[in-house]
Design a protein around this ligand. Structure first.
Ligand SMILES: [Zn+2]
Ligand SMILES: [Zn+2]
Length: 422
């Protein structure tokens, strides 16, 4: 969305960009427009390039100013969709606009062009439709399809992000992945399953039983997460009880995570958010589970007290970056929402795990494993001897292929419920 700001507006649009950086430099104190998407993408490139700062030499331009600086008077700058930027590294040196251009291409800017002969400034815009990639010092009539190829920059093949040592590669899946051919699933070491959401056991994830059975069948270690809507500690304890009921009779080699990401929760502030988290984790832990917290890097950094962050398993979410911008230690990182995994149809969330949870959880006899019975280890026994869930969860509604749990957002409000097949 493109927003209009008054000339002297100093709104902090995102963590590192203020509205005033985008206003027109013609000298007249008029309103200006800035696209939210433009600023978000600039945050993104700041992260990916690990910039100390990004200087915006030109953001919004009125038509007159656009013409003054050699534009057409109606280009992307006049629509609030563009910024000319210099990205500085941690030593304060400008990063080559060839590198900036390539990363901007990865991030999905629609228009990207070097604009000076020393290759320090880059024009970036969020045009839709046909993309324009080029180098204005070589003329604007010419463009290319791939800036890596154009500048001869080797593509980062992701090797730096490859799991090292004992790092495990996993996925987290939910009702969104309703087509999984478990016999064909390969290339992953673990899966974290969405068990359900909210306060009631009837809100079990529609694919939880299916995913659980499929993963167990191929001997894939699993954990689970519970998606929270709690806005206070009492509701969090109700969510914990529902979660415990759903997990009953099952075994998990990875932790049980509490997923806290709703704006309605985060907006209540650090103290309340931390109380919610603690209430849930204490309750589920007391029921015999290794528990943890799933959150995005930013709220994880600002809205959770240290005692929680040090005490429980931490699974931090931050996609599209080399490293999550969370300075505490973490056991797992969700690094992509667009992974492709053999046997799973569609995009899938991807995770790295750095802690050997399976060994520790089994040694402690948590998550449905019994301490003195090594035969629980699926490696040592036929996994079919695991107790079927239905035998131990009599209070669960029977699994019924004719019903699905749904969540719908209407006018910003979320609704949940069950739909029955006709
Ligand atoms: Zn102007
Ligand atoms: Zn520009």
């Amino acid at each position: 969305m493109v927003k209009t700001y008054a000339y002297d507006d100093q709104t902090q649009i995102t963590a590192h960009f203020n509205a005033k950086e985008f206003r027109c430099k013609c000298g007249k104190p008029h309103d200006f427009n800035v696209s939210d998407e433009l600023v978000e993408k600039l945050e993104n490139i700041r992260d990916v390039l690990n910039c100390r700062n990004i200087h915006i030499s030109s953001g919004y331009r009125c038509s007159d100013h656009d013409k003054e600086v050699g534009g057409s008077g109606s280009g992307k700058h006049t629509q609030g969709l563009a910024a000319d930027v210099c990205c500085y590294d941690q030593d304060g040196k400008p990063i080559s606009s060839k590198i900036v251009s390539c990363k901007a291409q990865d991030i999905g800017f629609g228009g990207i062009a070097n604009i000076n002969t020393s290759y320090t400034y880059t024009h970036l815009d969020v045009r839709t439709g046909k993309k324009w990639y080029g180098d204005e010092t070589k003329g604007t009539s010419w463009g290319c399809n791939d800036l890596y190829e154009y500048y001869g920059i080797p593509r980062d093949d992701g090797k730096d992000d490859e799991p090292v040592g004992t790092t495990k590669q996993g996925v987290d899946i939910s009702y969104c992945q309703n087509k999984v051919d478990w016999a064909k699933v390969s290339g992953i070491d673990f899966a974290i399953l969405r068990a359900g959401f909210g306060k009631y056991t009837k809100q079990k994830d529609a694919m939880f039983e299916s995913h659980y059975a499929g993963a167990k069948k191929i001997g894939l270690p699993i954990g689970a997460y519970w998606y929270s809507y709690a806005t206070n500690a009492d509701e969090a304890r109700m969510e914990a009880d529902a979660c415990i009921e759903i997990l009953k009779g099952k075994q998990f080699e990875y932790p049980i995570y509490y997923d806290v990401e709703e704006e309605k929760q985060l907006s209540t502030g650090k103290q309340n958010v931390s109380e919610i988290i603690k209430a849930f984790l204490e309750r589920v832990e007391a029921a015999g589970y290794w528990v943890g917290l799933y959150m995005s890097a930013s709220p994880m950094s600002s809205l959770v007290t240290d005692d929680i962050l040090k005490r429980y398993a931490i699974w931090v979410a931050h996609v599209g970056v080399k490293k999550p911008s969370y300075s505490g230690s973490y056991g797992a990182w969700q690094y992509s929402w667009k992974g492709k995994v053999s046997g799973i149809t569609g995009d899938v969330d991807m995770d790295y795990c750095y802690v050997d949870y399976p060994t520790q959880i089994k040694a402690k006899g948590l998550n449905g494993f019994s301490k003195n019975n090594t035969a629980d280890d699926p490696k040592d026994s036929d996994t079919s001897t695991n107790p079927p869930a239905s035998s131990e969860t009599p209070s669960d509604p029977p699994q019924n292929d004719n019903t699905i749990s749904v969540e719908v957002t209407l006018n910003g409000e979320k609704y949940t419920g069950t739909l029955t097949k006709k």
